[in-house]
Design a protein around this ligand. Structure first.
Ligand code: DC
Length: 236
């Protein structure tokens, strides 16, 4: 697709707040381009799951860091393994969702995760989503996207997702939780959620998933073509 070079590794970074549709879109995009999809939020969730399982209080930063350093996280076929246990579904619990922003605000835990994320993106073409991908993890990505949607729309999407398993779920409560998570992610000291200077902003509030995937595919192809022409012109 769009003249990818055989000897080059391509990287697409997708950042944005909770519920903007990043993971659905990144997964479809990766499948369309035959790239590997890497969900970095799942890594922060996995370590949060282990911290909670071991009853470590979320204000015991030293214990959380020590635990993170002894933890092995691997990803295979979009499944996430924590010390070899498949935790793909377990990390989506309410408890993990509530605690993960606190865990993700610890500098040393972020450093561990970022190192791992950089490592896995060196060997295959990736679409990686998260909060700091364009600004910290893949600073040289071929394309950086900052995907947003209104708080109301993000809450509505999450509500639709949860309604089947949790019939008593409240839209207002989800909206509050999303606002709270945005606040922590945007205001934390280390690698806060912020668009990279060279990111393309896409507001998905009134776009379908398909439209966003198409939009990003086109942007990527244009970028690749432009880079190839620039290399030819420069004789690089
Ligand atoms: O995308 P998500 O909701 O699964 O992410 C879970 C949490 O992890 C979210 O509160 C922010 C944090 N996170 C982060 O700080 N950096 C990333 N690259 C990915 C997620």
């Amino acid at each position: 697709m769009c003249g990818l070079k055989k000897d080059q590794i391509y990287q697409i970074a997708i950042d944005g707040p909770a519920g903007a549709g990043k993971s659905t879109i990144a997964k479809l995009l990766a499948s369309k381009l035959a790239f590997t999809y890497i969900d970095t939020g799942a890594m922060y969730r996995a370590i949060t799951y282990k911290i909670l399982k071991q009853c470590i209080p979320l204000n015991d930063v030293h214990a959380m860091i020590a635990l993170a350093k002894q933890t092995e996280i691997t990803i295979e076929n979009e499944h996430i393994f924590l010390d070899q246990e498949d935790v793909t579904d377990l990390i989506r619990s309410e408890k993990v969702t509530k605690g993960v922003s606190t865990v993700a605000s610890v500098k040393e835990i972020r450093e561990e995760m970022v190192q791992f994320q950089k490592c896995i993106s060196q060997h295959s073409h990736v679409v990686m989503d998260g909060r700091d991908i364009g600004t910290v993890v893949l600073t040289e990505a071929d394309l950086k996207v900052f995907l947003t949607a209104s708080v109301e729309e993000r809450a509505r999407r999450r509500f639709e997702e949860l309604r089947e398993q949790q019939p008593d779920v409240q839209l207002k409560a989800i909206e509050e939780q999303i606002k709270q998570r945005d606040y922590v992610d945007e205001n934390r000291e280390h690698d806060p959620l912020t668009p990279a200077n060279d990111a393309v902003h896409i507001d998905s509030t009134s776009l379908s998933i398909h439209e966003v995937v198409e939009n990003i595919t086109q942007l990527f192809c244009e970028k690749i073509k432009k880079e190839s022409v620039e290399k030819l012109v420069d004789g690089r």
